[in-house]
Design a protein around this ligand. Structure first.
Ligand code: AMP
Length: 462
């Protein structure tokens, strides 16, 4: 395998080579003008690191193994070359035979499929290429109609695709490009047998592009079985969180977590921060309960978890994107792969059992070059999980005392350090109050205001 390691930062829009004075543009990939027009319409100025690394090889027909999380621009890194490569074969005829499936993108979740498709529609809108998306949990019949009419790019979750194959409404014999998106998630979710079955139906002469947040031994094995001499493109350190995310841990007893969240939300609002946030919980029941409790406190909250129907999940996500919902309370499965641009804040109501899920969770913020806050409420029973996370990320997280839960929440809305509107918005790690590099968490409970205020250098506003 050839290895290309572009940059250790997964943020978007970064000039990957500081020695180069002129940033690379999309035109330099020699995309068709129909594609360049769509890119321009999206407002993308320069390719992101994963795009810089993957696009030239994908355009050259090579297999690519890309290590990139959602939020790095990875979707365009595979969809744009797909469109370019199948464009010469595109036909404006309405005959279904003229529109065989030429590119197949497999994703682990309905939400991710939907998002990839949304991107594919945008990027191909000036071409005659037809795109469709199929996933389970919704009526299969409209999907059948669409597939029967012919599509060149099909985005699918494995289970529903197999249903279509069984019903002979999807034929993969002309697929030239296969994408395995979030391959690590697909393996985690037990899709390996489905993947094997699907791949066995695709011509061996195909090009395969595999994207994964991490390159675990299982992923490498998958790549060995199904990719041919792939080029490896890594834009993120393995399991590293975007540097633009400020991570804060508050040690909070579990029975005070809800109040702590309310305090954080009100402090953020009073500091002029956008109210939107995603709050992660570990269970479906906990998720619904928290969303209801927040609603009772007057917060526009909604729960998104696996018990919700696909339609409900889509409506909630839509409401969130439109700003009708401020606090999206989510479980990991429901939130996987969600593309919510400029998410300012991710809150962990509790830490996930799996440290990698923490990296995924906080990857919802600090995207597209924006900074974001990732706030975790941790009680003593979770210290072990916290240690796992710190080990995985090879960094010690900043532990701050809890907001003043015991006091009148309205009395001091500007006191709370991470939400202060600083000049550059960065947490000042030089302030001695913050246990920035201590592995011993600051003790839980209620902090005395003068202590913290003094540490803030008199930043408290009255
Ligand atoms: P993804 O990692 O594919 O989920 O993309 C994350 C976000 O980045 C999406 O909202 C894209 O629209 C956006 N994006 C993709 N490529 C670029 C680019 N070159 N410049 C700016 N934003 C981009």
């Amino acid at each position: 395998m050839s290895d290309i390691n572009l940059t250790s930062s997964p943020d978007l829009g970064v000039d990957t080579d500081s020695s180069e004075s002129t940033p690379i543009t999309f035109a330099q990939f020699q995309f068709s003008s129909l594609i360049l027009r769509a890119i321009e319409e999206q407002g993308y100025k320069n390719p992101t690191p994963i795009q810089l690394g993957a696009i030239p090889h994908a355009l050259a027909g090579k297999d690519v193994m890309g290590a990139a999380q959602t939020g790095t621009g990875k979707t365009a890194a595979f969809i744009l070359p797909i469109i370019e490569r199948i464009l010469p074969l595109a036909s404006s005829s309405s005959s279904p035979a003229k529109h065989p499936i030429r590119a197949l993108v497999l994703t682990p979740t309905r939400e991710l499929s939907d998002q990839v498709a949304e991107n594919a529609f945008k990027y191909s809108k000036y071409t005659p290429i037809k795109t469709a998306v199929v996933f389970g949990g919704v009526d299969i019949h409209p999907q059948i109609q669409q597939l029967r009419a012919g599509v060149e790019i099909l985005i699918a979750t494995p289970g529903r695709l197999l249903d279509h194959i069984g019903q002979k409404t999807a034929n993969l014999s002309q697929v030239q490009i296969l994408v395995l998106d979030e391959a690590d998630r697909m393996l985690d979710m037990g899709f390996l047998p489905d993947l094997q079955r699907i791949i066995s139906l695709i011509p061996a002469s195909r090009q395969t592009l595999l994207f994964s947040a991490t390159f675990s031994p299982e992923i490498r094995k998958l790549a060995q079985s199904y990719l041919r001499d792939p080029i490896t493109v890594e834009v993120a350190r393995q399991n590293a969180a975007a540097d633009l995310v400020r991570q804060i841990v508050h040690m909070v007893p579990s029975n005070q977590k809800q109040r702590a969240i309310l305090k954080v939300l009100s402090s953020r609002a009073k500091n002029g921060k956008t109210p939107q946030c995603i709050i992660f919980t570990n269970s479906r029941i906990g998720c619904s309960k928290l969303a209801r409790a927040l609603e009772q406190e007057g917060i526009k909250a909604a729960a998104i978890h696996g018990d919700k129907s696909q339609l409900e999940r889509m409506n909630i996500l839509d409401g969130f994107k439109k700003g009708e919902i401020d606090a999206l309370v989510a479980t990991d499965v429901a939130a996987r792969g969600l593309d919510i641009p400029n998410m300012p804040c991710v809150i962990n109501h509790e830490l996930p059992y799996n440290a990698e899920d923490y990296v995924h969770r906080i990857g919802r913020t600090g995207r597209a070059g924006a900074t974001g806050d990732a706030i975790a409420f941790v009680d003593d029973s979770e210290l072990r999980l916290l240690a796992d996370i710190e080990k995985l990320m090879k960094r010690t997280l900043i532990k701050l005392p809890v907001p003043e839960l015991g006091n009148d929440p309205a009395s001091d809305p500007f006191f709370y350090l991470p939400y202060q509107a600083g000049s550059d918005g960065q947490v000042d790690k030089t302030k001695p109050s913050i246990a920035a590099s201590s592995s011993t968490p600051v003790n839980t409970g209620i902090t005395k205001r003068p202590g913290l205020g003094a540490l803030l250098g008199g930043a408290k506003k009255n």
